[in-house]
Ligand binder design. Structure first.
Ligand code: HEM
Length: 450
């Protein structure tokens, strides 16, 4: 039963005016974890001008993301984060506009289309490993980032990017800085011409020009390519009634896919290499499975179901280090959650980071144990105790693409080399739109693969 409408869930008291801002900014991930531990499944957080409800009960999460998803929008946190860079993309649109865009983009992610990319993906991975002589030290995040960007642009846009990778890289870096919640400067609005905001504006302009050139070029090329860009170019500049995308929507969606689709997979792979290096038994088991299944040949899409342990390693890595640490929603009308009234327009924060480490759903939650994901054991926990890709109608459109890509990357690299951490330093994170390591993760390339 709903309590008195003004009664709020328990939560940290915070400072006058600033509420919990400083505690959050100091270390966002630790703060969310602490508040969930102290106040339970629904906690009330105070930020200037923003009433925030932290939800960590899988049943409440499922209601918000899935069963009652029509009552929630993605809210202004996400819109503000991407403001000026992809204002008219799928990730920030709502209602019928969102539905129309999702329908237009979906064919690019049909299973058949994704699996037809397996060979191209493997080719890129092989070229990457060819650039790593045995004994050299690599910056894993940088290497995974380059690799996933190359895979994304060739498979979705049939374009190699080459020297233009730097433009995308700079745009991502400035976006991350703009939304790095541990930097107090992120609360300054984008339109105030600070040096950081000017850099962001320049990076955004460069990225928009690059994509506009790419679209123009494709319009004038007489190909009937079946990559996503060719499909979308065929539908733009039509009217909404035709269900197509406007010119700006097309550009913003290409930008959105570029940004959402490579850094996330690169992070998941980076953390996976880190965890494998820290856990030699798991690493050996992975190498053994890959050697047994592939028998010295390059992996194919058909072999992926047999790479069971490889998949478990990836799932466990995204549990411990979800590339996106939290999802936001806003109710469009007052809703009752956990007996409390959450008013229309409040911010709801749903942190994968916290739920994935919850001892109620995972034994020894901080330990890396890929075997948790064996079919029998996996079925024991609530569905929304694990949601690295979100859930419900707005779940990640690229989840199957990412899973296949990451499996192929792991298998192709681990078949040829192993990666060993140079330093024992613990990981530290920047909690921005993604969960990024604050410092480079350096690893030595070894040729022992058993
Ligand atoms: C390991 C890799 C990835 C992770 C962990 C990830 C995670 C997520 C999460 C948590 C969301 C938000 C879901 C929500 O609000 O309920 C999301 C949305 C989205 N992702 Fe991913 N993602 C990954 C890879 C990709 C790839 C490869 C693409 C495209 C090529 C992509 C494109 C998108 C888009 C366009 C959205 C917005 C969907 C919408 O609002 O309808 N992501 N992703």
């Amino acid at each position: 039963m709903a309590r008195n409408a003004i009664e709020r869930p328990p939560g940290p008291s915070g400072l006058p005016l600033f509420g919990n801002t400083f505690a959050f900014v100091r270390d966002p991930l630790a703060a969310l974890q602490r508040w969930a531990n102290e106040y339970g499944d629904i906690a009330y957080l105070r930020f200037p001008g923003r009433s925030t409800y932290l939800l960590t009960d899988p049943e409440h999460i499922e209601r918000v993301l899935v069963t009652e998803s029509h009552t929630f929008t993605t809210g202004d946190l996400r819109r503000d984060a991407f403001s000026g860079i992809e204002d008219e993309s799928l990730a920030v649109s709502e209602g019928q506009t969102w539905q129309r865009q999702r329908q237009q983009l979906q064919p690019g992610f049909y299973r058949k289309r994704i699996t037809s990319n397996a060979e191209t993906m493997v080719k890129h991975v092989e070229q990457t490993v060819d650039r790593w002589p045995i004994g050299t030290t690599i910056d894993v995040m940088r290497e995974m980032d380059r690799l996933t960007l190359a895979i994304l642009t060739t498979t979705l846009f049939d374009h190699e990017m080459h020297e233009n990778q730097a433009v995308v890289r700079t745009a991502v870096d400035t976006l991350i800085q703009q939304t790095d919640y541990s930097e107090i400067g992120t609360i300054i609005p984008n339109w105030i011409p600070t040096p950081a905001n000017r850099r962001f504006q320049q990076a955004t302009n460069d990225l928009h020009s690059l994509i506009e050139d790419l679209i123009r070029e494709r319009r004038h090329t007489d190909t009937d390519g079946d990559d996503l860009l060719s499909l979308l170019v065929g539908t733009d500049d039509t009217t909404d009634a035709d269900g197509g995308l406007s010119g700006t929507e097309l550009r913003d969606n290409i930008v959105g896919l570029l940004l959402a689709g490579h850094e996330t997979s690169a992070l998941a792979l980076t953390y996976t290499w880190y965890l494998l290096s820290k856990n030699p038994a798991a690493r050996r088991q992975l190498h053994t499975e890959i050697a047994d299944v592939l028998d010295g040949t390059a992996p194919t899409a058909d072999q992926l179901p047999e790479l069971e342990y490889t998949e478990q390693v990836l799932l466990e890595s995204m549990r411990l280090y979800p590339p996106i640490y939290g999802i936001a929603r806003e109710p469009v009308t007052d809703v009752t959650i956990g007996g409390y009234t959450v008013p229309a327009g409040a911010t709801i924060t749903i942190p994968q980071w916290v739920v994935h480490h919850d001892g109620r759903f995972y034994d020894d939650p901080d330990a890396f144990r890929p075997a948790r994901w064996s079919a029998e054991r996996d079925s024991e926990r609530p569905e929304f105790a694990y949601f690295p890709f979100g859930g419900g109608p707005r779940h990640c459109i690229g989840d199957q693409f990412a899973l296949m890509e990451m499996k192929l990357v792991l298998a192709t690299i681990a078949q040829r080399v192993s990666l060993e951490l140079v330093s024992d330093a613990p990981l530290d994170f920047t909690a921005s739109v993604t969960t990024r390591p604050t410092a480079p993760i350096e690893m030595v390339v070894r040729d022992d693969t058993v």
